[in-house]
Design a binder for this molecule. Structure first.
Ligand SMILES: [Zn+2]
Ligand SMILES: [Zn+2]
Length: 102
């Protein structure tokens, strides 16, 4: 597999996608990069500051819950704490809207 030359979707510069990198991407089942390394690093840096207190990233786990308010089942992106009421998406945004109004 020869080195590939890819045009960065961000800045338009062409950059080398080396054989070794191709292997790395293939092993992880990633699609080929669309951006050069500086642009990717810049994006990653922006991403990190944009979402605060994230950590981890990637595919997030969803947890099945039963809404304390309306009794519907839903899934939430955080682990429900035993003993604490958990709300479904609807009730959660409704209670948030209420809090904001008060
Ligand atoms: Zn670029
Ligand atoms: Zn609910």
């Amino acid at each position: 597999m020869p080195d590939l030359e890819i045009n960065c979707a961000e800045c338009g510069n062409s950059f080398p996608f080396t054989e070794r990198e191709q292997d790395y991407y293939r092993e992880r089942g990633l699609s080929h990069p669309k951006r050069c390394k500086p642009c990717r690093d810049a994006r990653r840096a922006n991403f990190g500051s944009a979402k605060q207190g994230g950590g981890g990233g990637g595919d997030r786990e969803r947890f099945e819950i039963v809404c304390d308010q309306c009794g519907k089942t839903d899934s939430v992106p955080f682990k429900p704490q035993p003993g604490r009421p958990v709300l479904c998406g609807n009730c959660f945004s409704a209670s948030r809207a209420q809090n904001r109004g008060a």
